[in-house]
Ligand binder design. Structure first.
Ligand code: AMP
Ligand code: MG
Length: 391
């Protein structure tokens, strides 16, 4: 039996070897959630000029006590001027007149006075007070974001602040999601006796999309290997194929029967749910393409995705700690992934049992709860690793 860590490495190695993401150039407004394909440097100093951090008066620190003449007024957007001495009324973000080196907040003076009047300052103001220096956030030419950075709101804001208009990003991986099984019915259609609705085509495609991929979902509602193979043969070029179902030791294991003779390896990973797994490469549209074969139960599919595919597509979930609200048993030989809710005081209440068909309980859950191989029993109050899945 393969360990979870070994299978994670094998998946990452296979995809890393076969998937060479192309780069494309996008305007910032279309780049949310994308990953930079190259380092991006700021073309300008951030901030681009010395400016005031507060509404107040620009002064020279060595002449900033006693009675000062109000000698000017500068607002955000005004050009950079030369400090004429005295005190210059200045607004937040306005360029600091050259020669001034401190800003006295208006609150310290009481109010803004007209040019030509005076203000009275009891104390001198030290140099650099409420001054935002040019380049103090990042100097021009320095790396603003490295290749591989994911572009969320803060990253897009930083790029926009630097005046960057377009960015090089990695192409989104195209992922063919294939659910399989003669028992599958399409949601919305009638449910004949003995059939179940196909949960996995939707859930896996959504998981791929959320992780930044382009999901192309197809359902093979059959256990005939020829039907699956013809679906794969008619597929266009993709970066990755993920199947659900038909991988365990039963009699109608369509994915295993179709793909094992073509070199995809099937085996058991020491985990629950999600033990039976397949991994290999297959020619799809004439290109060697990585194939991940997940088991069919709806919880197994999503847990497999979280453990093996999400880390490659987007990065693993953040590992957090929680305390169990109640004791739990787990098979010693397997890494068990339970599902749970996290209460206000941070304790973890398991939701539903360990069985992998409990998709409704999974949908009520907020976290995956990891019970590593080698652990058979945990008491209420014991610490566990959790991954939040509700963000
Ligand atoms: P299999 O791995 O094909 O033996 O499937 C394991 C279990 O998952 C069986 O109970 C299947 O009916 C169920 N299953 C397989 N595929 C799906 C699917 N796409 N949606 C919901 N349940 C499924
Ligand atoms: Mg099946």
């Amino acid at each position: 039996m393969t360990s979870v860590a070994e299978h994670q490495r094998a998946v990452a190695e296979l995809i890393g070897r076969l998937w060479r993401p192309a780069a494309e150039t996008l305007p910032l407004g279309a780049a949310l959630g994308r990953t930079l394909a190259a380092d991006v440097a700021t073309p300008i100093d951030l901030p681009p000029f010395d400016n005031a951090q507060m509404d107040g008066y620009a002064v020279r620190s060595d002449a900033s006590a006693g009675e000062l003449a109000v000698t000017g007024h500068v607002a955000a957007g005004d050009p950079v001027g030369v400090f004429p001495g005295g005190a210059v009324a200045i607004m937040t973000g306005a360029p600091l007149p050259q020669g001034a080196d401190a800003v006295v907040p208006v609150e310290q003076v009481g109010s803004f006075r007209a040019v030509g009047s005076t203000i009275d300052l009891a104390e001198p103001t030290p140099a650099e007070t409420f001054v935002r220096r040019r380049g103090s956030d990042l100097p021009a030419g320095a790396t603003l974001l490295p290749a591989g950075a994911r572009l969320g709101p803060p990253q897009l804001g930083a790029l926009a602040a630097a005046g960057v208009e377009v960015v090089p990003v990695r192409a989104r991986p195209r992922v063919l999601v294939v659910s399989t099984g003669a028992e599958l019915a399409e949601p919305g259609a009638a449910l004949p006796p003995g059939k179940i609705y196909d949960a996995n085509a939707l859930s896996l495609a959504a998981a791929v999309t959320e992780a930044g991929g382009i999901a192309l979902a197809t359902s093979v509602r059959s256990d005939a290997p020829a039907v699956l193979l013809s679906a794969l043969e008619s597929a266009g070029p993709v970066d990755l194929v993920v199947t659900s179902g038909g991988v365990s030791a039963g009699a109608h294991e369509v994915v295993r029967e179709a793909l094992a003779p073509r070199g995809v390896r099937f085996g058991s990973v020491a985990m629950q749910p999600g033990g039976p797994q397949g991994l290999g490469e297959l020619a799809v549209a004439g290109r060697p393409t990585p194939v991940l074969a997940f088991p069919g139960n709806p919880v197994s599919v999503l847990v497999s995705f979280e453990l093996f595919l999400r880390p490659v597509l987007r990065g693993a979930r953040r590992s957090e700690r929680g305390r169990l609200a109640a004791s739990v048993e787990s098979p010693a030989a397997k890494h068990q992934v339970r599902r749970g809710r996290v209460t206000a005081d941070g304790s973890v209440e398991l939701e539903g049992g360990p069985s992998s068909h409990l998709i409704a309980a999974y949908a009520r859950s907020q976290a995956l709860v990891h019970i590593p191989a080698g652990v058979e029993h945990l008491d209420a109050g014991d610490e566990v690793e959790i991954w939040r899945i509700d963000d």
